[in-house]
Design a protein around this ligand. Sequence first.
Ligand code: ADP
Length: 195
Amino acid sequence: MSKTYANGVQALKNVNLTINQGMFGLLGPNGAGKSSLMRTIATLQEADTGSIFLDSLDVLKEKQEVRKVLGYLPQEFGVYPKITAETMLDHIATLKGITNAKERKEVVESLLQKVNLFHVRKKNLGTYSGGMKQRFGIAQALLGNPKLIIVDEPTAGLDPAERNRFHNLLSEIGENTIVILSTHIVDGKGKSGKN
Ligand code: ADP
Protein backbone atom coordinates (compact mmCIF):
# COMPACT_ATOMS: atom_id res chain seq x y z
CA MET A 1 0.00 0.00 0.00
CA SER A 2 1.19 3.53 -0.73
CA LYS A 3 -0.08 6.99 0.13
CA THR A 4 1.08 10.45 -0.89
CA TYR A 5 -0.79 13.45 0.53
CA ALA A 6 -1.87 16.41 -1.61
CA ASN A 7 1.08 18.42 -0.23
CA GLY A 8 3.49 15.89 -1.76
CA VAL A 9 4.47 14.07 1.45
CA GLN A 10 4.73 10.33 0.84
CA ALA A 11 3.59 8.89 4.15
CA LEU A 12 3.39 5.23 3.07
CA LYS A 13 5.67 3.61 0.53
CA ASN A 14 4.97 0.03 -0.54
CA VAL A 15 3.94 -1.08 2.93
CA ASN A 16 3.45 -4.84 2.89
CA LEU A 17 2.62 -6.74 6.05
CA THR A 18 0.53 -9.47 7.59
CA ILE A 19 -0.93 -9.01 11.05
CA ASN A 20 -2.19 -11.98 13.04
CA GLN A 21 -4.24 -12.27 16.22
CA GLY A 22 -2.63 -10.74 19.28
CA MET A 23 -0.91 -7.47 19.78
CA PHE A 24 1.00 -5.92 16.89
CA GLY A 25 3.09 -2.82 17.57
CA LEU A 26 3.99 -0.09 15.11
CA LEU A 27 7.07 1.65 16.45
CA GLY A 28 8.59 4.70 14.83
CA PRO A 29 9.34 8.38 15.34
CA ASN A 30 6.74 11.07 14.83
CA GLY A 31 6.05 11.45 11.14
CA ALA A 32 6.99 7.85 10.29
CA GLY A 33 3.52 7.16 8.91
CA LYS A 34 1.97 5.16 11.75
CA SER A 35 -1.26 7.19 11.93
CA SER A 36 -1.55 7.23 8.14
CA LEU A 37 -1.43 3.44 8.08
CA MET A 38 -3.86 3.09 10.99
CA ARG A 39 -6.38 5.60 9.61
CA THR A 40 -6.33 3.75 6.29
CA ILE A 41 -6.94 0.37 7.95
CA ALA A 42 -9.69 2.03 10.03
CA THR A 43 -11.46 3.05 6.76
CA LEU A 44 -11.01 6.75 7.49
CA GLN A 45 -8.84 7.59 4.51
CA GLU A 46 -8.02 6.18 1.10
CA ALA A 47 -4.78 4.63 -0.11
CA ASP A 48 -3.42 5.63 -3.52
CA THR A 49 -2.45 2.09 -4.45
CA GLY A 50 -2.66 -1.30 -2.82
CA SER A 51 -5.20 -3.29 -0.87
CA ILE A 52 -6.02 -4.39 2.67
CA PHE A 53 -7.84 -7.57 3.62
CA LEU A 54 -9.34 -8.53 6.94
CA ASP A 55 -9.84 -12.24 6.39
CA SER A 56 -11.95 -12.13 3.23
CA LEU A 57 -13.21 -8.55 3.75
CA ASP A 58 -11.83 -6.00 1.29
CA VAL A 59 -11.19 -3.18 3.78
CA LEU A 60 -10.83 -0.34 1.27
CA LYS A 61 -14.13 -1.27 -0.44
CA GLU A 62 -16.38 -2.84 2.21
CA LYS A 63 -16.04 -0.03 4.72
CA GLN A 64 -19.37 -0.47 6.48
CA GLU A 65 -18.69 -4.16 7.05
CA VAL A 66 -15.25 -3.38 8.46
CA ARG A 67 -16.66 -0.72 10.80
CA LYS A 68 -19.01 -3.28 12.36
CA VAL A 69 -16.04 -5.31 13.58
CA LEU A 70 -13.66 -2.43 14.30
CA GLY A 71 -12.77 -0.74 17.58
CA TYR A 72 -10.74 2.43 17.11
CA LEU A 73 -9.04 4.78 19.53
CA PRO A 74 -7.67 7.75 17.57
CA GLN A 75 -4.60 9.70 18.61
CA GLU A 76 -6.74 12.66 19.60
CA PHE A 77 -9.63 11.27 21.57
CA GLY A 78 -11.96 14.00 22.75
CA VAL A 79 -14.54 13.39 25.46
CA TYR A 80 -17.68 15.36 26.21
CA PRO A 81 -16.72 16.85 29.58
CA LYS A 82 -20.18 17.20 31.12
CA ILE A 83 -21.39 13.65 30.58
CA THR A 84 -20.70 10.70 32.85
CA ALA A 85 -18.67 7.75 31.61
CA GLU A 86 -21.68 5.50 32.05
CA THR A 87 -24.02 7.72 30.01
CA MET A 88 -21.48 8.25 27.25
CA LEU A 89 -20.65 4.58 26.93
CA ASP A 90 -24.35 3.73 26.88
CA HIS A 91 -24.82 6.23 24.05
CA ILE A 92 -21.90 4.83 22.02
CA ALA A 93 -23.25 1.31 22.61
CA THR A 94 -26.56 2.42 21.06
CA LEU A 95 -24.68 3.82 18.07
CA LYS A 96 -22.85 0.50 17.75
CA GLY A 97 -26.20 -1.24 17.42
CA ILE A 98 -26.81 -2.66 20.90
CA THR A 99 -30.47 -1.71 20.97
CA ASN A 100 -31.65 -3.80 23.93
CA ALA A 101 -31.42 -1.60 27.06
CA LYS A 102 -30.79 -4.47 29.46
CA GLU A 103 -28.07 -5.96 27.29
CA ARG A 104 -26.52 -2.49 26.90
CA LYS A 105 -26.43 -1.95 30.64
CA GLU A 106 -24.68 -5.29 31.14
CA VAL A 107 -22.13 -4.62 28.40
CA VAL A 108 -21.40 -1.09 29.67
CA GLU A 109 -21.00 -2.24 33.28
CA SER A 110 -18.70 -5.09 32.38
CA LEU A 111 -16.52 -2.82 30.21
CA LEU A 112 -16.31 -0.19 32.95
CA GLN A 113 -15.15 -2.91 35.30
CA LYS A 114 -12.62 -4.22 32.80
CA VAL A 115 -10.94 -0.81 32.43
CA ASN A 116 -11.20 -0.13 36.15
CA LEU A 117 -13.59 2.83 35.92
CA PHE A 118 -16.67 1.27 37.46
CA HIS A 119 -16.25 3.15 40.75
CA VAL A 120 -16.12 6.49 38.90
CA ARG A 121 -18.79 5.70 36.29
CA LYS A 122 -21.10 8.45 37.60
CA LYS A 123 -18.44 11.16 37.39
CA ASN A 124 -18.29 13.56 34.46
CA LEU A 125 -15.60 12.72 31.91
CA GLY A 126 -14.21 16.23 32.25
CA THR A 127 -13.04 15.36 35.78
CA TYR A 128 -11.00 12.34 34.59
CA SER A 129 -7.17 12.24 34.54
CA GLY A 130 -5.29 11.50 31.31
CA GLY A 131 -4.97 7.83 32.23
CA MET A 132 -8.67 7.54 33.06
CA LYS A 133 -9.63 9.17 29.76
CA GLN A 134 -7.42 6.70 27.90
CA ARG A 135 -9.03 3.80 29.75
CA PHE A 136 -12.42 5.22 28.82
CA GLY A 137 -11.19 5.41 25.21
CA ILE A 138 -10.29 1.73 25.34
CA ALA A 139 -13.71 0.86 26.80
CA GLN A 140 -15.48 2.56 23.88
CA ALA A 141 -13.13 0.84 21.41
CA LEU A 142 -14.07 -2.54 22.93
CA LEU A 143 -17.83 -2.07 22.58
CA GLY A 144 -19.47 -4.60 20.31
CA ASN A 145 -16.72 -7.25 20.56
CA PRO A 146 -14.54 -5.99 17.73
CA LYS A 147 -12.36 -8.42 15.76
CA LEU A 148 -9.91 -5.65 15.05
CA ILE A 149 -8.81 -2.97 17.51
CA ILE A 150 -6.65 -0.04 16.45
CA VAL A 151 -5.14 2.24 19.09
CA ASP A 152 -3.01 5.17 17.98
CA GLU A 153 -0.34 6.36 20.47
CA PRO A 154 -2.55 5.48 23.41
CA THR A 155 0.09 6.03 26.07
CA ALA A 156 1.73 9.26 24.93
CA GLY A 157 0.22 11.33 27.75
CA LEU A 158 0.52 8.71 30.48
CA ASP A 159 3.07 8.21 33.25
CA PRO A 160 5.14 4.96 33.16
CA ALA A 161 2.94 3.11 35.65
CA GLU A 162 -0.23 4.01 33.75
CA ARG A 163 1.49 3.02 30.52
CA ASN A 164 2.28 -0.43 31.90
CA ARG A 165 -1.26 -0.95 33.10
CA PHE A 166 -2.53 0.11 29.71
CA HIS A 167 -0.27 -2.33 27.85
CA ASN A 168 -1.25 -5.17 30.16
CA LEU A 169 -4.93 -4.47 29.52
CA LEU A 170 -4.36 -4.43 25.77
CA SER A 171 -2.35 -7.63 25.76
CA GLU A 172 -5.12 -9.39 27.71
CA ILE A 173 -7.63 -8.27 25.12
CA GLY A 174 -5.23 -9.18 22.34
CA GLU A 175 -5.39 -12.88 23.06
CA ASN A 176 -8.42 -13.40 20.85
CA THR A 177 -8.47 -10.22 18.76
CA ILE A 178 -6.16 -8.35 16.41
CA VAL A 179 -4.80 -5.34 18.28
CA ILE A 180 -2.70 -2.81 16.36
CA LEU A 181 -0.92 -0.34 18.59
CA SER A 182 1.37 2.53 17.66
CA THR A 183 3.91 4.35 19.74
CA HIS A 184 7.05 6.43 19.38
CA ILE A 185 8.08 5.67 22.97
CA VAL A 186 10.72 3.04 23.70
CA ASP A 187 11.43 2.98 27.40
CA GLY A 188 13.22 -0.36 27.61
CA LYS A 189 10.90 -1.57 30.36
CA GLY A 190 9.07 -4.85 30.36
CA LYS A 191 5.35 -4.94 30.88
CA SER A 192 5.57 -6.33 34.40
CA GLY A 193 5.34 -2.86 35.83
CA LYS A 194 8.18 -3.57 38.23
CA ASN A 195 10.74 -1.15 36.83
P1 ADP B 1 3.06 9.21 12.66
O1 ADP B 1 1.71 8.73 13.06
O2 ADP B 1 4.07 8.10 12.57
O3 ADP B 1 3.54 10.36 13.50
P2 ADP B 1 1.74 10.34 10.32
O4 ADP B 1 1.09 9.24 9.57
O5 ADP B 1 0.89 11.20 11.18
O6 ADP B 1 2.98 9.75 11.14
O7 ADP B 1 2.49 11.30 9.30
C1 ADP B 1 3.35 10.81 8.25
C2 ADP B 1 3.73 11.98 7.38
O8 ADP B 1 2.57 12.41 6.64
C3 ADP B 1 4.22 13.20 8.13
O9 ADP B 1 5.22 13.83 7.36
C4 ADP B 1 2.97 14.07 8.24
O10 ADP B 1 3.32 15.44 8.34
C5 ADP B 1 2.28 13.76 6.93
N1 ADP B 1 0.81 13.88 7.04
C6 ADP B 1 0.01 13.19 7.87
N2 ADP B 1 -1.28 13.50 7.66
C7 ADP B 1 -1.30 14.41 6.65
C8 ADP B 1 -2.33 15.11 5.96
N3 ADP B 1 -3.62 14.93 6.26
N4 ADP B 1 -1.96 15.96 4.98
C9 ADP B 1 -0.67 16.13 4.66
N5 ADP B 1 0.37 15.52 5.27
C10 ADP B 1 0.05 14.65 6.26
